[in-house]
Design a protein around this ligand. Structure first.
Ligand SMILES: Cc1ncc(COP(=O)(O)O)c(C=O)c1O
Length: 401
């Protein structure tokens, strides 16, 4: 316990303990945080669907029918019809053969990577099989990193979106059983993995390819189906495992994998975070079915979100801010020192904007940023309000001239 107290003292001394502000109400552009009216510019509710009435009603109806919890693991008593209905819906939406869902995206990533890269051993000879290796982008999400660690297999990190570095590593380990894993939209930088180049490399070197579509589902492609639609790739053929979360544009909670039916059948009997955890709530499954129906009926909300993202990003850049390599609705603004980013986020809040900073340990020390996100629901006036405040603070803190 002494060690833990020492860590807490360090965090307190350096003012690193996160200022966890209480949000009280629906996650919309105009919200109340700590009883103050502010504009939300950091939520993952990219299409505004977590608060749509048809989505809420679908969840309420499921609660009335099933109760609030699944009351068991999918493997035992918690395998509800509504779960299977959502799996069929998301498989069809993503254009894959079948799907499996977990209670969270984190559980999905650790459950998939461990099951695929540390496969069940069914015969004595399995213990002598080829060694595995995972090749993982350096900016992949923590849940991918934890999945790699929990698989207990060698993991090699390749430089962010660097296909030459990836090929060098694929060549070096050509005799191993390999998996390449990457976010398709990166959660902190908002850029897109070059899957048009990664797919041919995986085919050339016979590597399994897994993508994490947490921030791409409902976002990339004409109809929001994700990176495979955006790059014109086939789910299950060009990309073996399409993982995604239900907690961003889809507005609820949960994680999924879509792919060939045999792969999904295998994950159901091998993924420990699927087997040994209570199933997703019935309300989440029902709301997700409704969300996908809204996206299918109203693809214009995706276009609205993209227009807002392009407007905000180019205006930030014109003001002189560094927005990393952002190409999407995730628009980080580089600040640098952690303490400066903390101060700017605090001042932004006082000025009526809610956008906490992202800093160590989430990103490298002194590479702190304010990670803005923009949604389909934001108006031009709200975005202009943010730009005005950022211009003022950017000058005050010597980020821009
Ligand atoms: C890229 C990525 N993958 C996985 C996750 C985990 O998803 P969830 O929040 O649904 O557990 C996140 C969420 O922050 C994410 O950004």
């Amino acid at each position: 316990m002494k060690t833990i107290k020492e860590i807490l003292n360090y965090v307190e001394k350096h003012k690193l303990y996160p200022d966890l502000k209480i949000v009280d109400g629906k996650i919309k552009p105009k919200i109340k945080v700590e009883k103050k009216d502010v504009l939300m510019f950091s939520s993952n509710n990219y299409l505004g669907l977590s608060t749509r009435s048809e989505v809420i009603n679908s969840a309420i109806n499921a609660i009335k029918k099933y109760g609030v919890g699944a009351s068991g693991s999918r493997m035992l008593s918690g395998n509800l019809k509504i779960h299977r209905d959502f799996e069929k819906k998301i498989a069809k939406f993503k254009k894959g053969e079948d799907a499996i869902v977990w209670p969270s995206g984190y559980a999905a990533n650790v459950g998939i990577i461990t099951a695929i890269m540390n496969p069940l051993k069914v015969r004595p000879s399995d213990f002598l099989k080829r060694k595995n290796i995972i090749l993982s982008d350096e900016l992949n999400h923590a849940s991918i990193i934890d999945g790699c660690r929990m698989s207990k297999q060698k993991t090699v990190i390749y430089k962010h979106c660097d296909v030459d570095d990836l090929e060098k590593k694929l060549k070096k380990y050509k005799n191993r059983r390999k998996m390449v894993v990457t976010d398709s939209v990166f959660s902190m930088d908002g850029d897109i993995a070059p899957l048009n180049k990664i797919v041919p490399l995986c085919k050339k070197y016979n590597a399994i390819l897994m993508i994490d579509e947490a921030h791409a589902t409902g976002v990339l492609g004409e109809t929001g189906r994700g990176a495979c639609e955006y790059f014109n790739l086939k789910v299950g053929e060009d990309v073996d495992i399409v993982m995604g979360t239900c907690s961003k544009a889809l507005g609820a909670t949960g994680g999924f994998a879509v792919g060939k039916k045999f792969l999904i059948d295998y994950l159901r009997i091998s993924s420990r975070s699927y087997i040994f955890s209570t199933a997703m709530t019935p309300a989440a499954s029902a709301s997700l079915i409704a969300t996908i129906e809204v996206i299918e009926k109203e693809p214009e909300i995706i276009k609205k979100m993209w227009r807002n993202a392009e407007y905000l990003r180019s205006a930030f850049q014109e003001l002189g801010f560094n927005t990393f390599a952002s190409e999407t609705q995730i628009i980080p603004v580089f600040i640098g020192p952690d303490d400066k980013a903390i101060k700017i986020a605090e001042e932004l809040f006082k000025e009526g904007i809610f956008a906490p900073c992202v800093r160590w340990p989430a990103v490298e020390k002194n590479k702190a940023r304010i990670r803005f996100t923009v949604t389909a629901d934001h108006t031009k006036e709200e975005i202009d309000f943010l730009l005005g405040k950022m211009e003022k603070l950017g000058k005050k803190f010597n980020i821009i001239k």
